[in-house]
Design a protein around this ligand. Sequence first.
Ligand SMILES: NC(=O)C1=CN([C@@H]2O[C@H](COP(=O)(O)OP(=O)(O)OC[C@H]3O[C@@H](n4cnc5c(N)ncnc54)[C@H](OP(=O)(O)O)[C@@H]3O)[C@@H](O)[C@H]2O)C=CC1
Ligand SMILES: Nc1nc(=O)c2c([nH]1)NC[C@@H]1CN(c3ccc(C(=O)N[C@@H](CCC(=O)O)C(=O)O)cc3)C=[N+]21
Length: 300
Amino acid sequence: MTAQVIDGRKIAAALREVVAEERDTTRACGGRFGLTTISIGENAAASAYLRRIERTAEQLRVPHRSVRLDGSSPAEEVLAAIRELNGDESVSGILVLRPLPSHLDEAKVFAALDPVKDVEAVHPENAGLLALGTPRYIPSTAAAVYHVLDSWLADMGEEPSAFYRGSRIVVVGRSNNVGKPAVSLAYAKQSAVTSVDEWASVGGRLGAHTRRGDVLIVAAGVPGLIRAEHVRAGAVVIDVGINIVEGEGGTPCIVGDVALEEVVGRARAITPVPGGVGPVTDVWLIRNTVLAARYAMGAR
Ligand SMILES: NC(=O)C1=CN([C@@H]2O[C@H](COP(=O)(O)OP(=O)(O)OC[C@H]3O[C@@H](n4cnc5c(N)ncnc54)[C@H](OP(=O)(O)O)[C@@H]3O)[C@@H](O)[C@H]2O)C=CC1
Ligand SMILES: Nc1nc(=O)c2c([nH]1)NC[C@@H]1CN(c3ccc(C(=O)N[C@@H](CCC(=O)O)C(=O)O)cc3)C=[N+]21
């Protein structure tokens, strides 16, 4: 079997059209939207994301501002920046780029966000709503994963609810940002769900779990972690990993967590990196920023 390579850029282009309409309707109803990203220190994957956000926000004509703080900024300075944005009516959405420097407590930083502006659903109130199956915001990365899957199913002429109900979904990685939201959304689709973290690999049981997945979602941040031997024949493989590695001559290159050239011989469909889930993520973030303006209107 040779897997179909799913074109995330095409899916992102179609989603941009939808978001442009939502933006126009929101503006016509008096909504005020704007995204502010906060970067603390330097990280190659975060910079790659920031560049995408800048481009997509500009294409969609949604105002974006980037606040850059030094990697050694004390917690009080970060919290003060968040409080200021919480009170700024021109800002509907706030995104704090990960990873945070190790001296900062991620939970405290996320809890300082105004929940209505927390477009990634990392504030405990929003994470709780998502876990309960009644999300205020669907976090962009997990949303992008299922949007890509749904688009592919539509192309295949498969009925989504029957597909999800009949599938076992295995999620590799369980961070609060990516893995756990992907699991919560799989529950909502009534799939059978398995979640594994690094201990599965350490214990040599990764393949035993991943080979059971009809859908395999990989968000570990480990280049080439998933090889052909880890994949069920005919599975749909969604590679979320964004890893910056040194290519020939030291050129930085983006690679995923899945060894595509091997897995392509075993899966039914697979998302590439770059060009898979990544391009959809930032469009969904802008979508949430527009949605945030609607919530803000309701809250006024
Ligand atoms: N495409 C996109 O749109 C996006 C991509 N990303 C990318 O996705 C990846 C994951 O991001 P994020 O969740 O934030 O990363 P984190 O580092 O926060 O979490 C990684 C998770 O993967 C698990 N893990 C690590 N190594 C292994 C292993 N060898 N076997 C099994 N599980 C493992 C960790 O386990 P444990 O809990 O035991 O430590 C942890 O649960 C990164 O490459 C990131 O850049 C992130 C956001 C958006
Ligand atoms: N709070 C937070 N949320 C995130 O979602 C988050 C984060 N922090 N920190 C960093 C990682 C990484 N990440 C990327 C998402 C898409 C691309 C992307 O679209 N990449 C293009 C390629 C880009 C290029 O070629 O430069 C692609 O996959 O095709 C990149 C990186 C989001 N992250």
